[in-house]
Design a protein around this ligand. Sequence first.
Ligand SMILES: C[S@@+](CC[C@H](N)C(=O)[O-])C[C@H]1O[C@@H](n2cnc3c(N)ncnc32)[C@H](O)[C@@H]1O
Length: 197
Amino acid sequence: MTEPDQDHRHPDRPALVLAAEESARIREFPLSCEPGVGRLLAVLAGAVPTGGRILELGTGAGVGAAWIASALARPGDVAFTTIERDADLAAGNTELPWPDGIDFRIGDNEELLPTLGTFDLIFADAAGGKWTGLSDTLAALRPGGILLVDDMDPTRATHPDHRQALDAVRTTLTTHSDLLTADLPTAGGMILATRRR
Ligand SMILES: C[S@@+](CC[C@H](N)C(=O)[O-])C[C@H]1O[C@@H](n2cnc3c(N)ncnc32)[C@H](O)[C@@H]1O
């Protein structure tokens, strides 16, 4: 959920982000990433080198994608793919003023992931590819690549099944021999990971 007052110390959000947030509000989509997550996504996307690749799992109403797209200086220098399985949601996202070159996919993360190759930055923000199918997400992370997993604060997981899934993901990430991880307590809690080179 977007909480604009948490963002008051920063300059204005990019126009595309504001448009996506407004679109999410009108469509009553409650699961967009918070500004603290979006700003981190923008920093990470801005650090992906020319020729690099970014993947978002779960486009939602496009807020996270808007942060990423706004951070890319020259469209096409970095390839950006985002996947959403809800066709109505994805259709609504086409109304936003995206820069050219973004690869919007409608489908299931777990079905598409093994077909997409590897990435420098992955934002895992959907059930598929996070609560289930995490191994395919990790397989798609290049050496030196960054994985950002949102909504990892255990205190926000009130349902036992959700808490169990969250704990399993947390354990997989923090004990994985190929990963370096850090907990970021911002917003809904994130885990930031990189694959060892
Ligand atoms: C938390 S929202 C995404 C928010 C968005 N990333 C942002 O930053 O604003 C999660 C989205 O993932 C989608 N989703 C859930 N499971 C999925 C799957 N297996 N494949 C593709 N999309 C999925 C949901 O429909 C929902 O729109």
